[in-house]
Design a protein around this ligand. Structure first.
Ligand code: BDR
Ligand code: CA
Length: 311
């Protein structure tokens, strides 16, 4: 099994990423760290703990990460997940507590002490990852690759130029892209094609369980936000796609390109600048995911939900 670390900001789609990472038989989830993003760090950390409980997932430590971007203090407008970060259902209480002390040191040691290199998946702002790479540069020896949900080759969803996770901490993103590690970017250009539809909701309805009710609750809320904002009848399930890249990279087509983050322009701050036509002379540093076999994705995602429902 591939060892996976998941850094996230739950978030409806982050919750689905947690279910996928915990229940895929191709990977072993070592731990979760949380980061500011879809709600405050307190709320997303609580959500991560409750999502584990909801899915009957035991033995996965949750580390509370950074409450803000590493440089900027701008307020980011949160559009899709509601006040709690996962609106639309009542998540179950849990006795599990998050680890709050010495978090980066502990994550570093967890990665270092494995018998194989770890696949690092980030589905929120990349602030935690940037700090880890900065204060423990040799952590690179223990990371096999990084799979990032975020960015946009074409147009942003937070500003016309920038996607939400990157806009939430552009400097952190730039550190990650310049790390020299193998980085794969799963941008919104791709995740907008992987949508939760009524057909998926109907499959989950068959569970007739508390778990199913809660998943439908938060997915329906999330779909409602997309309907309201964009008029879409489906909601993109961004974050699990970057977990699925670790599970089955062959289900994707990618292009190896140079990607840099705009950290200076007021108009295009946070843009993932992808050198599609190799005009800059800069070395490629990122596999940009372009296409996905959606059928294989949904098979894996629904099978993870089935298992979470049984637990
Ligand atoms: C990203 O932003 C968040 O709202 C989602 O959880 C996802 O990680 C998509 O732009
Ligand atoms: Ca997210």
């Amino acid at each position: 099994k591939k060892l996976v670390w998941l850094d996230c900001d739950p978030g409806a789609d982050d919750a689905m990423a947690i279910f996928l990472a915990a229940y895929s038989d191709k990977i072993q989830l070592l731990g979760i760290s949380t980061v500011h993003g879809n709600s405050s760090i307190e709320k997303v950390t609580n959500n991560a703990l409750k999502v584990l409980k909801m899915g009957g997932i035991q033995g996965i430590p949750v580390y509370r990460g950074l409450e803000q971007a590493i440089v900027r203090r701008d307020k980011i407008n949160i559009q899709f997940h509601g006040e709690s970060g996962i609106d639309g259902c009542v998540l179950p209480d849990t006795e599990q507590e998050a680890i709050e002390d010495d978090v980066f040191h502990k994550i570093y040691h967890t990665l270092k002490n494995q018998s194989q290199k770890v696949h690092f998946v980030a589905t929120g702002a990349y602030s935690n990852l940037a700090i880890l790479l900065t204060i423990y540069p040799d952590i690179k020896n223990y990371i096999e690759q990084i799979s990032l949900m975020g960015g946009s080759v074409f147009l942003g969803n937070q500003t016309p130029a920038a996607e939400f996770n990157i806009m939430s901490d552009p400097e952190a993103a730039q550190i990650v892209f310049q790390s020299g590690l193998r980085v794969t970017l799963v941008p919104i250009d791709l995740t907008h094609k992987v949508g939760v539809t009524q057909e998926i909701i109907q499959k989950i309805e068959l569970y007739k369980s508390e778990f199913g009710k809660n998943v439908i609750g938060f997915l329906t809320y999330y779909m409602g936000r997309y309907k309201q904002r964009y008029g879409w009848d489906y909601a993109p399930l961004h974050d699990p796609v970057s977990v699925f890249y670790i599970i089955n990279p062959d289900a994707f087509s990618t292009k190896f390109r140079n990607v840099e983050i705009d950290t200076v322009s007021p108009l295009c701050l946070g843009r993932t600048v992808v050198d599609e036509y190799s005009v800059t002379g800069r070395q490629p540093n990122c596999y940009v995911a372009c296409e996905i076999n959606k059928e294989l994705f949904w098979q894996e995602m629904l099978s993870a939900l089935d298992q979470a429902n049984k637990n």
